[in-house]
Design a protein around this ligand. Structure first.
Ligand code: HEC
Ligand code: HEC
Ligand code: HEC
Ligand code: HEC
Length: 208
């Protein structure tokens, strides 16, 4: 009886020691979910998924703003009247619209008030193929977000981080994000607030 009990106790002890000392396990067995995350993230090489197939033929350019590097759609080939210097060979003040009946009749500025902004706040009268910063630096049309960022730094920071705007294709890399002018017309950027479309049961009843 005693020997039986002793053997039994020794057995239990060995089992317990075994349980607590042997941390060797198969690749896929862990003591806890935290251990599993720690162990499996050690050699993590990033996702193997890619959005590439969904981006298709869209022409993009790579930009680096602060800590973020990502892609935005290319713009210059989408701007109908580009290159501007096909007509803008001299300063606007010396140009007359007689030759080109109201060249930009379709553009009406509805952005900030006229004390803050006019055409040449953003466009460079002496170099129409580029935008310009408030301090007169050249900005390419492809990087117009840098021009918007000067005055809308909060939305710009959010956009950089992915909280304002929208990604193209999917969440898997490479990251391609719509740029400001893909959504906002720079000449009239405001969106009207809208009520959500709502199902009206009373109207539906009357229709029946
Ligand atoms: C087909 C010729 C043509 C092209 C192309 C063209 N412009 Fe013009 N633009 C004009 C003429 C003419 C005027 C001056 C008279 C007027 O306002 O119609 C003008 C005036 C302007 C003005 C001054 C408007 C004002 O009210 O002071 C801006 C800014 C301007 N253009 C920007 C651009 C930009 C940016 C591009 C290229 C994306 C461009 N233009 C391409 C013909 C052209
Ligand atoms: C807030 C900055 C800003 C102001 C102010 C502004 N523009 Fe622009 N404009 C832009 C940007 C940015 C683009 C390029 C948009 C894009 O990528 O599609 C542009 C594009 C244009 C184009 C090319 C449009 C096309 O599709 O061919 C013309 C022409 C133009 N602007 C003329 C003007 C004129 C004239 C004024 C003044 C009445 C004016 N802009 C005021 C920022 C501005
Ligand atoms: C020189 C400064 C300046 C630049 C550059 C500028 N904006 Fe603005 N923007 C303003 C001001 C001022 C207002 C009007 C005040 C407000 O509503 O914040 C405004 C208004 C707006 C609004 C409407 C805000 C609302 O409440 O609905 C949007 C959207 C906007 N801008 C987007 C842009 C985009 C996109 C660009 C670049 C193409 C740009 N802005 C460039 C100064 C600027
Ligand atoms: C995918 C489309 C999209 C892109 C890209 C985008 N915006 Fe917007 N933005 C919106 C919409 C939609 C609203 C209106 C939100 C609302 O009314 O609640 C908005 C609102 C704004 C406003 C008004 C104030 C606010 O926060 O509601 C400003 C200013 C603005 N955007 C600037 C920018 C600038 C600058 C960029 C680029 C750095 C940018 N946006 C990129 C869609 C976009």
């Amino acid at each position: 009886m005693n020997t039986y009990r002793a053997t039994y106790l020794i057995g239990v002890c060995l089992l317990l020691i075994g349980m607590f000392t042997s941390c060797k396990h198969d690749e896929h067995e862990y003591h806890s979910i935290t251990d599993k995350i720690k162990a499996e993230s050690e050699n993590y090489k990033g996702t193997t998924l890619s959005s590439e197939a969904h981006i298709g033929d869209l022409k993009t350019i790579e930009i680096t703003e602060g800590d973020e590097t990502f892609f935005i759609p290319e713009r210059e080939s989408h701007i109908k009247s580009f290159k501007c210097t096909e007509c803008h060979t001299k300063p606007v003040s010396e140009m007359s619209s007689d030759d080109f009946k109201k060249a930009h009749w379709n553009i009406k500025l509805d952005h900030a008030n006229s004390k803050t902004m006019n055409c040449v706040t953003c466009h460079n009268g002496n170099d129409m193929d580029h935008l310009k910063s408030l301090t007169g630096e050249q900005i390419r049309f492809n990087k117009s977000h840098q021009m918007c960022a000067q005055c809308h730094s909060r939305q710009f920071e959010d956009w950089k981080g992915g909280a304002h705007g929208k990604r193209i294709a999917g969440w898997a890399p490479p990251r391609v994000s719509n740029t400001c002018v893909n959504c906002h017309d720079p000449h009239a950027p405001h969106f009207e607030s809208r009520w959500p479309a709502r199902y009206n049961p009373i109207k539906e009843k009357q229709r029946e």
